[in-house]
Design a protein around this ligand. Sequence first.
Ligand code: FAD
Length: 314
Amino acid sequence: MKVIEHLERAKNPLFSYEIVPPPRGRTVQDVVDVVKKLAPFDPPWIDVTAHSAGAYYSEKSDGSIERKVFKKRPGTIGICGIIQNRFKIDTVVHLLCHGFTKEETEDALIELGYLGVENVLALRGDGLNYDKKISTGRSLNKYASELVEQVVALRSGQYTSDLSEAQPIDFCVGVAGYPEKHFEAPNLAIDIQNLKKKVDAGADYVTTQMFYNNDHFFHFVEECRKAGIKVPIIPGLKIIKSLSQLRTIPRNFYINFPDDFVAEMMENPDHAKEIGLAHTCKQVEGLLNKGVPGVHFYIMNDADRVIDVVKKFR
Ligand code: FAD
């Protein structure tokens, strides 16, 4: 079923989860175990992240440097297939502009259609650290709005090349939103204008970047509504479990922590896990009180901690 149908039919706010494929060389069992833990909590859908290839360098025994380009975490489509078909839980596949031609994206969408996946989160990605060669006759999506257009075009059977008797593929499309603005955008207003381009291109809903101060989310939603964005906006949360994340999360995701939360964590480093969990619970309570359609948890394959949160609100 599509995310948008889940949202329309829901009698209570929905709790959804985001997992990452295992690193290259590991088995899929770790992810299967995570899904097994989440399944009793009836997840309406599970997102599976996407990863473009990167360049990695290693020193050989003769002192020369070897460069290899590969994906550290392949397997997004396969994992969606497992969750969708073995566990009968709907999946949202993340698809990226960066690192993929439109033609490769189309191939992925065809495979996903065969697997019964009905939901796509259309993302730009964060640039490549190598020069991907694009052969003649192939093309790229630059921004997520263009990827939305490509996925939406399939609803009316428009593929990247003219095909006779082409069948439509009907995906529900989500896009990313940033309550504290995307790091490249000059300000929130311009970022929201760009978000509106994605919605105008046919996106059905928005999932937000993580945030730790609900006021950022409420302000963002208000500004989106003023800008004419009418689709559901689902808040994204991530539970903090260590003091070091107070540095790594702002560096990687360009978000801020509230002063009182930082102070509490720094004064009680041995209780970082409990404080992080309590903060997320407080955020969920505040969001539910304001009538959000659901909460999306970035779990990084740590199911136990999110289950502690979800149990409190069921
Ligand atoms: P876009 O919507 O294309 O926006 C990127 C920037 O360009 C913004 O600053 C925007 O304001 C600006 N912009 C957009 N359109 C235009 C335009 N027409 N003209 C000028 N400027 C424009 N990354 C991964 O690699 N894999 C994942 O699985 C993944 N999952 C994510 C899930 C969520 C919910 C979120 C919030 C992010 C996720 N990301 C993921 C990170 C994402 O790829 C990065 O944040 C990326 O930098 C931007 O992606 P986007 O889709 O928001 O880009």
